[in-house]
Design a protein around this ligand. Structure first.
Ligand SMILES: [Zn+2]
Length: 73
């Protein structure tokens, strides 16, 4: 599956909207976090990867420990 096309996502039944420009289309990415970073952030209960969604309009990146669900379009 290509991640080149911006898509709409939701998490916990709520649509994800860019907190800066209010757009709802994002490019999905993943970031691997090393253990020291996770400990520093107090997130060592989570696994070592996080999902990032980059706003296709303004480029703001939001981080998610839970994977957001892509909406069917
Ligand atoms: Zn935006």
């Amino acid at each position: 599956m290509s991640e080149k096309e911006p898509r709409e996502y939701e998490l916990d039944g709520r649509p994800i909207v860019c907190s800066h420009c209010q757009k709802s289309r994002f490019l999905k990415g993943a970031a691997l976090l090393n253990t020291s970073t996770m400990t520093f952030l107090g997130l060592d209960w989570a696994n070592r990867s996080a999902i990032t969604l980059m706003c296709s309009r303004c480029g703001l990146i939001q981080w998610f420990a839970e994977p957001p669900v892509a909406k069917e379009t």
